[in-house]
Design a protein around this ligand. Structure first.
Ligand SMILES: [Ca+2]
Length: 221
């Protein structure tokens, strides 16, 4: 059913011609809409993974990038994965990785990523570098991460889901992340084991921060 609104001129007359009232109402609605939109913009995607390449000697062996059609499904239908490469010796002073943005001050309840089975998942890389407010830097390495499942992407590749709950963070982080570690200062993912340790590359996806998944560049989904 469609209700026809009376013409503006009729409404004004029926309210005693209070055009000022109408303007005030319009202004109030505009303010409310503005506040709501600002709230959405501020809320935004909570976490992002921004790739980085650390290569002070310009060796050219590292690469870090979100790449399409290499990962598990995500909101953009482009199946992005985070590709991390170190195509040379581990001892070379170079690494690839990603900085997780938006995590400062959170209480860490879950950490994780999915790692493609054709790439490297070693004791030391890829790993989370987690800096906590009370006790500093912790390493959380891929190999020791509990397996929470196996997935197949649209391209036919297998993925291992790695998830660390508070118990796993206590048992496998080095040093252990405990209840006394405080809140998160920063989190990054680092890939610095080279071709003498494994394949020299890895694909990650669905980076998990407290159950929020980062599956593509720019936002968390
Ligand atoms: Ca993805």
């Amino acid at each position: 059913m469609v209700y026809a609104l009376p013409k503006a001129s009729n409404r004004k007359r029926s309210k005693g011609g209070s055009a000022m009232n109408d303007r005030l109402k319009f202004a109030a609605v505009a303010v409310l809409v503005g506040v709501t939109l600002a709230g959405v913009a501020l809320a935004g995607p909570p976490f992002r993974a921004k790739p980085f390449e650390f290569d002070p000697d310009a060796t050219g062996i590292v690469e870090a990038a979100w790449v399409p059609h290499e990962g598990l499904p995500d909101a953009g239908n482009a199946n992005h994965a985070l590709l991390l490469v170190k195509d040379g010796p581990t001892t070379t002073n170079a690494s690839s990785g990603a900085v997780i943005q938006g995590v400062a001050g959170i209480t860490l309840m879950e950490l994780g990523f999915d790692v493609r089975s054709d790439g490297h998942c070693g004791a030391g890389a890829p790993r989370f570098n987690v800096t906590m407010s009370n006790d500093g830097l912790h390493f959380v390495g891929c190999a020791a991460g509990p397996v929470a499942g196996v997935l197949t992407d649209p391209q036919g590749n297998l993925w291992i889901r790695k998830r660390w709950d508070p118990v796993a963070l206590l048992l496998t982080a080095n040093p252990p992340i405990t209840l006394l570690s405080g809140t998160v200062v920063r989190i990054s993912i680092v890939f610095d084991e080279g071709t003498d340790q494994g394949q020299g590359f890895t694909h990650l996806d669905n980076i998990d921060i407290n159950g929020v998944l980062i599956g593509k560049p720019g936002n968390a989904s």
